[in-house]
Design a binder for this molecule. Structure first.
Ligand SMILES: [Zn+2]
Ligand SMILES: [Zn+2]
Length: 546
């Protein structure tokens, strides 16, 4: 027997984590996440792995194992279940968050979610999955110890090694070292923060900083964070309760996640009179209120951005307010976040963010913690996961410096074969990405995106001309509609020049009996605009034969 291991996503990017283990007679999947679009993906809501690549193993997939409740791990489970409807194994919180996602997509979807403990053992025919607790920015995260006929694999999930975790459960390195005595063949480990030296600070540190800010400020506190950072969500409520303040929440995803966190008892000072609806928040004295909101990345339609532009219905930012942005600035979002902070400052608020105070720590371990994991597992082979390509390469270097571990860097689709305790690269799967745009799943492809990019960069020129072929005469136009091109086209003869060019092309093509008038117009206009403006708008000729 042998086990083929390949990633459908997550290797070479941060997001859409999904891994397939296939013994040839049985297959399992670990995580199925989405990725948020980057700057060039206009109009795309999110990206996920193309699950059609699973067609060849579909019949033998027996389960999906989830590591934790973040969208880059569970956001695509709904789509995966369309391809393979099999049991999903997840801890309680992960399961609740998944149910929210599934019911949001399709209220009556049948699913089989099996809630597991953080040290559960699930035996399937060819695999035995043993969960072990890992500490992260969301509670109830797990990694998996996977026993196969060809060796033991460890998949860490997302982790940090926090000695004072907020839920009291540390990353179980002890269990990892115990298993290491049996011999771990392969360690797959989170690479996100490999570029950071030392260790990531404890979440407790942020709690202390939040405590002191919320206690000391005289006015309202407006705290913004990722709604998926359930630990921080719960801690902010704790800080508010300890300071004798009430809490109002704004932002749909935050309200939903908070409801789950409360239901499962993650809000320790749970009392009904602790919360006030956002509509009634203005009735509460400023020094007795904490407003929690989404929008920490400067998303233009989020509650915090609306507040910064004075457009929020219930919260008007004023001079006595303190706004705390308790999250990392995701690369690519900096400009939007700085604009947000500027607008909040214009309203006179005191704005506190990571650069000026320690109001955020990462949920991923830095290099020292990654080393601790490698040392505890002392695996025969090491394969870095969950990272952009440079993270994977750095992490592999860390591992090979540490001990004699053999490291292999693979990207999405490359297949690793584990056979009799040895690992080799062999072949590849045709993995791909699917773009989700509103209700459309997969109807936007790379080519559509390229068109959107071109349109956004140089605009579009529509040239309309009516021509009566019997009379050999132009009967309409040429009319020229320019959208998003440049103001320079108006008033300095550029449009007139373009019209003359179209007229000449139409008459010339008619004389030559050419059938390709449209494509000739497109080509000539392209050259013309490039010459005149050094731009390449998308040219769209419309010929009407009258
Ligand atoms: Zn995560
Ligand atoms: Zn993740």
């Amino acid at each position: 027997m042998s086990v083929a291991i390949s990633a459908l996503g997550g290797l070479g990017e941060i997001g859409m984590n999904c891994m397939l283990l296939d013994s040839g007679s049985e297959a399992v999947i670990i995580d199925a996440g989405i990725m948020f679009p980057d700057d060039g993906m206009f109009g795309i809501d999110y990206v996920m792995p193309d699950f059609s690549v699973l067609n060849y193993v579909r019949e033998r997939i027996s389960g999906i194992f989830l590591t934790h409740g973040h969208d880059d791990h569970i956001g695509a489970v709904y789509y995966l279940l369309q391809a393979v409807n099999v049991p999903v194994y997840a801890t309680r919180l992960t399961a609740e968050l998944l149910k929210l996602r599934l019911e949001d997509q399709e209220p009556d979807l049948p699913y089989d979610i099996r809630v597991i403990e953080r040290n559960a053992v699930v035996s399937l025919a060819d695999f035995e999955f043993e969960a072990f607790p890992v500490c992260h920015s969301i509670p109830e995260g797990v990694g998996y110890i996977i026993r196969t006929g060809d060796g033991i694999i460890i998949h860490t999930g997302d982790f940090k090694i926090d000695d004072t975790p907020r839920d009291g459960v540390v990353t179980d390195l002890t269990r990892v070292s115990q298993v290491a005595r049996e011999g771990i063949t392969l360690l797959l480990s989170d690479s996100t923060n490999v570029e950071n030296r030392g260790r990531t600070r404890s979440e407790k540190y942020v709690k202390d900083v939040l405590d002191s800010i919320i206690q000391e400020i005289p006015g309202r506190a407006i705290v913004s964070m990722f709604s998926s950072n359930i630990t921080r969500l719960a801690d902010t409520i704790e800080s508010a309760a300890e300071a004798g303040r009430m809490v109002a929440v704004t932002g749909k995803s935050m309200e939903q996640n908070l409801a789950v966190a409360r239901k499962l008892g993650y809000v320790k000072s749970e009392r009904n009179d602790l919360f006030v609806d956002i509509e009634n928040a203005r009735k509460i004295d400023d020094d007795s209120l904490v407003v929690m909101t989404t929008g920490s990345q400067g998303e233009p339609l989020s509650a915090l951005s609306l507040m910064a532009r004075n457009q929020h219905r219930y919260v008007k930012v004023k001079e006595s307010d303190t706004v705390i942005i308790s999250s990392r600035f995701i690369p690519g979002n900096e400009k939007a976040i700085f604009r947000l902070i500027d607008n909040l400052c214009r309203r006179g608020a005191d704005v506190i963010y990571q650069a000026i105070s320690d109001v955020h720590v990462s949920g991923h371990g830095a290099r020292k913690e990654l080393e601790l994991m490698i040392e505890a597992a002392s695996p025969k082979y090491f394969v870095p996961i969950h990272g952009e390509y440079r993270h994977l390469v750095q992490h592999a270097r860390v591992a090979s410096r540490l001990n004699r571990t053999e490291t292999i860097v693979v990207e999405n689709g490359e297949v690793l074969v584990l056979e009799n305790g040895s690992l080799r690269k062999e072949g590849s799967l045709a993995v791909g990405k699917v773009f989700v745009d509103g209700k459309g799943v997969g109807d936007v492809c790379e080519m559509v995106l390229r068109e959107r990019r071109n349109l956004s960069r140089d605009g579009v020129v529509i040239a309309i001309v009516g021509y009566d072929s019997r009379k050999d005469k132009i009967t309409y136009g040429p009319e020229m509609i320019c959208l998003g091109v440049t103001d320079m086209v108006a008033g300095n003869g550029i449009i007139e020049g373009a019209k003359r060019l179209v007229e000449e092309m139409v008459l010339e093509c008619a004389k030559a009996g050419s059938e390709e008038t449209s494509s000739n117009i497109r080509r000539e206009l392209k050259r013309y605009f490039n010459r005149q403006l050094e731009r390449k708008p998308v040219i769209f000729p419309v010929m009407i034969d009258y």
